[in-house]
Design a protein around this ligand. Structure first.
Ligand SMILES: [Zn+2]
Length: 107
């Protein structure tokens, strides 16, 4: 069964990937951890850059955890001060719940 068939809200031509976990890495200056990549429902790891490139190619990437869902959007830099990690991804950056991709469990 296709993803569209399982999720009637999606158009038949859209490709949607559901992210359930994230992997973090220490920033270059050692001040914080930021997202290095994500893991999808089937456990596959994808780098941040790959996710951004695939969103730009027309795919939809979203998070789903603890009953919260959010669409992932590309941003240029990690939002932490003076961090030049690029490209970067976010969902709802001010949320303290799991609709903020920063709060997903590690994979
Ligand atoms: Zn950073």
């Amino acid at each position: 069964m296709s993803e569209a068939a399982m999720n009637p809200s999606l158009s038949p031509t859209s490709t949607t990937h559901v992210v359930t976990h994230v992997r973090k890495e220490l920033s270059a200056d050692g001040t914080h951890e930021h997202i290095a990549g994500v893991c999808t429902q089937d456990g596959t790891y994808h780098t941040r850059r790959e996710v951004v490139e695939r969103i730009r190619a027309g795919e939809t990437w979203m998070t789903s955890a603890a009953g919260y869902e959010a669409e992932i959007e590309p941003i240029v830099y990690c939002p932490q001060p003076n961090c030049l990690a690029t490209p970067y991804i976010r969902t709802r950056p001010y949320s303290t719940r799991k609709d903020n991709i920063e709060n997903l469990d590690p994979c």
